[in-house]
Write a protein that binds this ligand. Structure first.
Ligand code: DGL
Length: 263
């Protein structure tokens, strides 16, 4: 079981930002990645629809013999993680949520911005996060429709992306945010562009590395960490395997074979 793979999924390529962190921290682990590009964006879909998609992918990873599951998607986590844990009580499942706690600790201006999908920002889980960790700071939330679709093209410096991102950042800067949470796994890929747009004093916070550490803890507790195994990463997409194959070198820094996920 230690040498079994870990299943990781997202609505698209965003979860690759998390997969990179997992691979860096746990290089001996074999990874399976599903990008549900045929149903993107989750951020504008109903929680019920997202729960159905997550159940399909979780069943697939079970059939593949995955020893753990990572929801590398904030929107999927708020909609479906409770459901999945109920369905598979013995399976280590790691979800992710916007890093409100570290952002509240990091801000000096007392104003924190959150870039995330509409679905994440409207969820009860996000409201509970704010109640719990953000009572002493002002939080400005910014839904970002359209951003994910532009990132999915793999062109991280397009004029359209530049323009849309700037329109989402400006209200946060105007409100005095000195700390910005990247609350969607697609957004870490915007760091180079954000670096050009933002004053260097602005702190950007994402949760990919923390998720990788949480996965490591869960596996270690169960004595499930791989030992001395030549790691292998496999990719599937419900969108176009050709397209994902083409942009993998940009987002994953390596090429890879991508198979069709037709479920
Ligand atoms: N990557 C996803 C997240 O972390 C959502 C993208 C989408 O809207 O599909 O929230």
């Amino acid at each position: 079981m230690r040498e079994a793979p870990i299943g990781v999924f997202d609505s698209g390529v965003g979860g690759l930002s998390v997969l990179k962190e997992i691979h860096q921290l746990l290089p001996n682990e074999s990874l399976l990645y599903v990008a549900d590009c045929g149903h993107i964006p989750y951020g504008e879909k109903s929680p019920e629809f997202i729960r159905q998609r997550c159940a399909v992918m979780a069943d697939f990873f079970q059939q593949q013999g995955a020893k753990a599951l990572v929801l590398a998607c904030n929107t999927a986590t708020v909609a479906a993680v409770a459901d999945l844990r109920q369905r598979y009580p013995a399976w280590p499942i790691v979800g992710m949520e916007p890093a409100v706690k570290p952002a509240a600790a990091a801000t000096r201006s007392g104003v924190v911005g959150v870039l995330a999908t509409t679905g994440t920002l409207q969820s009860a889980k996000f409201a509970a996060l704010l109640d719990r960790f953000a009572s002493d700071v002002r939080v400005i939330t910014q839904p970002c429709p359209g951003l994910v679709e532009l990132i999915e093209t793999g062109d991280l410096h397009s004029e359209a992306l530049n323009r849309l991102l700037r329109s989402y950042i400006e209200p946060l800067l105007a409100a005095g945010c000195d700390t910005i949470i990247l609350g969607c796994t697609h957004y870490p890929f915007l760091k180079p562009l954000l670096g050009q747009m933002l004053p260097s004093s602005i702190i950007l916070i994402d949760t990919g590395a923390a998720v990788a550490r949480q996965l490591q803890r869960l596996l270690a507790d169960r004595d499930l960490l791989a030992v001395g195994h030549a790691a292998d990463t496999q990719f599937w997409t419900s969108g176009s395997p050709e397209h994902l194959g083409k942009i993998l070198p940009v987002l994953w820094n390596k090429s890879g074979v991508v198979r069709s996920f037709a479920l």
